[in-house]
Design a binder for this molecule. Structure first.
Ligand code: FCB
Length: 456
């Protein structure tokens, strides 16, 4: 007789969460004294957002937060990762504090705690106050101290109740998409802006970490990177070089300085050989030391791998190499490749040895909507989550200190330059009525979060 297969079991201490970010769900962009963010400005420009939408209403979470917390509770997860909108707290980026903004997040945090859900806060998920962008945004060094001041204000109000702190979400996206290829706010396309903004993002992280620690005590503090495990498309030397460059540009440029190794030398040499920029003075003495403040965990967002080849097909992309999406892509055109999360976790663990790792985002966009009975059969998303979680389990077995997993996303939302056309939620949102419908994947995930087990 066949033995029943054992389920994949995670420890009781494992964090099971869902994630969102402020601009993608809140709406109410000009309520209660919130200042404009770079995303409000960017959305107002023609041709920036695929469906010409904006964040003015989004999921109306600013008004529906209480029922959304009930929804999260119904999913039986033990953690919720959300971000704070800097311009709700400091409408001009610094100076005058808007207490109504702090009150909103305080209600959210208290509401989570009442429901026994750990609040995980991301301080920066891309909605920079427009007033700071008017002074240069992340390209200007002044923003670093403004970020630290903002951090202090938030920690002083919420620090006694928040379970985990993430300084930045994906500095690669903020600097590359925002300041190099202009696909994201503030829509700048400039090599110097790319490297200076990434440096200031990292520096602001390093300077904020001790401030958070001083206020919040022993709660974990970290940063979230989006990382892409990559392979060359062929055995040619040119593809191997393109792959090394991609890894340096995408992964090591952020991992190395955080781990205390400075910027990767091979990338500095490449940039210098190409005269990518001619002024490096934005990197000052002590900066790299500050960036490498020890962190309690590394947050990793994983969606897909990259298959890298040397020929740049689309010059307008302004990326150094071409990334090919392989078979069975999601609605984003990203290959479904669960082995990649295992490869990435084991590699980051071996090469960098962070104390603890959390997957702070993982998920897939599929447009599946409700059928005539109102049921959302998103089988592809369920398989995506299932297969990636099993790969996470394998990584734990291989010794990776993976302590938690947050599904992206709690609900369908504003997917940046794609607007509302890409649906990543495990909960469906009807944008006309704002009705939320848990998809089949949410019901499946609920069972995993509740039992800590995945059946084979
Ligand atoms: C990540 C972002 C998140 C969401 C997902 C799909 O890069 O952090 O806000 O857009 O991608």
């Amino acid at each position: 007789m066949n033995q029943p297969k054992q389920p994949y079991t995670f420890p009781d201490s494992f964090t099971w969460g869902v994630a969102t970010s402020s601009f993608q769900i809140e709406g109410a962009t000009f309520e209660d004294g919130r200042g404009a963010s770079i995303w409000d400005t960017f959305c107002a420009k023609q041709g920036t957002i695929a469906d010409a939408s904006n964040g003015e209403i989004a999921c109306d979470h600013y008004h529906r937060w209480s029922e959304d917390l009930d929804l999260i509770k119904s999913l039986e997860v033990n953690a919720y990762r959300f971000s704070i909108a800097w311009p709700r707290i400091l409408p001009k980026g610094f100076g005058q504090v808007e207490s109504k903004g702090l009150d909103f997040y305080e209600r959210l945090v208290d509401g989570l705690l009442e429901r026994n859900i750990d609040p995980w806060v991301t301080l920066y998920h891309w909605d920079l106050p427009q007033a700071l962008q008017d002074q240069g945004g992340w390209v200007s060094r002044d923003v670093v101290e403004h970020f630290v001041d903002y951090t202090r204000i938030v920690c002083e109000r919420l620090g006694d109740r928040v379970a985990g702190w993430i300084t930045h979400n994906e500095p690669w996206c903020a600097s590359v998409l925002g300041y190099l290829n202009g696909e994201h706010a503030p829509g700048i396309k400039d090599n110097y802006a790319h490297l200076a903004s990434s440096h200031h993002l990292l520096l602001s992280h390093g300077k904020a970490v001790p401030v958070i620690r001083e206020i919040v005590g022993d709660r974990p503090v970290g940063i979230t990177l989006n990382l892409v495990p990559s392979v060359p498309a062929s055995s040619s030397e040119a593809d191997a070089e393109a792959n090394a460059r991609f890894d340096g540009f995408f992964n090591r440029w952020y991992l190395d300085p955080l781990a205390g190794r400075g910027y990767p030398q091979d990338m500095i040499e490449r940039y210098k050989a190409e005269n990518y920029i001619d002024d490096w003075s934005f990197i000052q003495d002590q900066d790299l030391k500050e960036i490498s403040q020890p962190i309690d965990f590394l947050g990793i967002n994983y969606y897909s791998r990259g298959i890298i080849r040397s020929d740049r097909v689309d010059e307008s992309e302004n990326l150094p190499v071409e990334v090919i999406a392989n078979s069975n892509p999601t609605d984003m055109g990203w290959e479904v490749y669960p082995q990649g999360i295992y490869d990435l976790l084991t590699r980051v663990h071996q090469d960098y040895d962070f104390k603890s790792i959390y997957i702070t985002e993982n998920g897939a966009a599929y447009a599946t909507g409700p059928d005539e009975h109102g049921v959302v059969h998103d089988q592809l998303r369920e398989s995506y989550l299932h297969d990636h979680l099993i790969a996470c389990h394998h990584a734990r077995q291989a010794g990776v200190p993976l302590d938690g997993y947050f599904a992206w996303s709690l609900m369908d939302n504003f997917e940046w330059a794609f607007g509302y056309e890409k649906r990543f939620g495990i909960v469906y949102v009807d944008y006309e009525t704002q009705q939320r419908i848990p998809k089949q994947s949410a019901l499946w995930y609920r069972n995993v979060a509740k039992t800590g087990e995945i059946s084979c």
